[in-house]
Design a protein around this ligand. Sequence first.
Ligand SMILES: Nc1ncnc2c1ncn2[C@@H]1O[C@H](COP(=O)(O)OP(=O)(O)OP(=O)(O)O)[C@@H](O)[C@H]1O
Length: 290
Amino acid sequence: MVNALRQILQETSSDAATLDSVAVQSSSPTQQGAFIDIKNVSHHFAQNHKNGSAESNANLPVLDSVRLQVQPGEFVALLGPSGCGKSTLLRLVAGLEPPSAGHITQEKQPIKQPDPSRIVVFQDPTLFPWRTVRDNVALGLQARKVPKEQYVRVDEALSLVGLTEFASSYPHQLSGGMAQRAALARALVNEPKLLILDEPLGKLDSLTRLTMQGELLKLWQKAGFSVLLVTHDVEEALFLANRVIVFSPRPPRTVAELQVDLPYPRHRTDPRFVQLRQQLLRDLGLSDVT
Ligand SMILES: Nc1ncnc2c1ncn2[C@@H]1O[C@H](COP(=O)(O)OP(=O)(O)OP(=O)(O)O)[C@@H](O)[C@H]1O
């Protein structure tokens, strides 16, 4: 949790930079999404091994020559086995650490550090327990010393996620879904060009998760940012993404890339949806479980 909070502060304070159930009024996006280019990115972690009394250092290869582009306004989902390196790739795109080899650019500029134009939302909402919801959402603006006149964005973000009435509440007074909405509002207040979502709905109960998927979709359609989502949920990927990338076990290779040719809103019982779901499960090597 401490690391995640530190990451949030890093992202929101860099110098460089509803979910309510009401239907989205306008379908024209309000901003331009980021163009992300991941070029031949490899990454390894140093690991200490103890053999008896001897200790040796070895590298754990996690990513190997990964290539991937996210077009402006595109919603890309990454699926793959646990431990294959999906979160590591997200951290590199966020600028939280540099890749061991290769390059990642945003609008053709190298990503060298966290930036408010790229915000990560984690599985845990990681709200500061001693701050109200409003003060948690305002964190990025405060850290960047944004003039007070612009704090109207905090109320706009809270309204977007349906938390206006809970602005003065503390995190312990929120449900899991509400806390995750607050985390999304904290991201949105920075008007990101890329939303990096690392299993953001993974800890929610299945009903809240379905609701939040619909709401996330509306937010994306309204705001126009690009999205890079890691999920273990095949249906979630198909419900949300323009494109689904399936990774192999570590170090991940792209074993499948699916352009989802279904209009929004998608219906899980649509025969084409069911067909694509089967295809992705096969790509993940899980056809036996269907
Ligand atoms: N900071 C680190 N130091 C050493 N090894 C790490 C570090 N972070 C991740 N790893 C290792 O890198 C590999 C990939 O981890 P990563 O979290 O990227 O996988 P993942 O695909 O996101 O997994 P999951 O789906 O279970 O969240 C794992 O073997 C993990 O143990």
